[in-house]
Design a protein around this ligand. Sequence first.
Ligand SMILES: Cc1cc2nc3c(=O)[nH]c(=O)nc-3n(C[C@H](O)[C@H](O)[C@H](O)COP(=O)(O)O)c2cc1C
Length: 192
Amino acid sequence: MGKIHWKPGTVLYPVPVVMVSCGDMAGQKDIVTVAWTGTVNTAPPMTYISLRPSRYSYDIIKKSGEFAINLVSKKLAFACDYCGVKSGREIDKFQKMHLTAVKGEKISAPIIYQSPVNIECRVKDILPLGTHDMFLAEVVHVSVTDTYLDERGKFHFDKTNPVCYAHGSYYTLSKALGGFGYSVKKKKKHKK
Ligand SMILES: Cc1cc2nc3c(=O)[nH]c(=O)nc-3n(C[C@H](O)[C@H](O)[C@H](O)COP(=O)(O)O)c2cc1C
């Protein structure tokens, strides 16, 4: 086994792919597909999205200081791709993809009702990085679809069929390999 050396690049995979909704219910609203996103702090809960300034959604988010991250289920994969290749300058993506815009609980921006998890965010800082500007944001509210809760109120994220992205393709998750800390967990002794 040997190693070959590549030039520096955005090689990390898989990454999340999300649908970011922005704007307001009355006027201009948009959905932009984003792969450059992630969690960056636990308390307060902080996240980020990186956007090219040329995006229609960029100016909307910069002006309003708000957006929602809507997680993508298998059912939403087609709409997610569409929202990543068409601009809100030319088309209303909510209407075209039959997605329902509902005002966020804590933000004026719409969330996507069909998404299993909606993460409402308020921008704290904008960092120009080069090609993209990073919108560092605090999570101010989360809503989840109740059909994925069991009778004890536990949310089964695997039932939502989450979608991730790796080098140009969308994937669903496969089977779980183990739980947090399984590597150090004592094995149960079986009675003979
Ligand atoms: C899978 C995927 C991931 C994307 N990730 C990003 C991203 O992280 N940042 C970004 O600025 N654009 C990203 N894009 C491109 C935008 O979603 C795309 O240019 C979109 O049409 C912009 O919409 P808007 O002009 O309505 O804002 C991605 C597109 C796809 C298909």
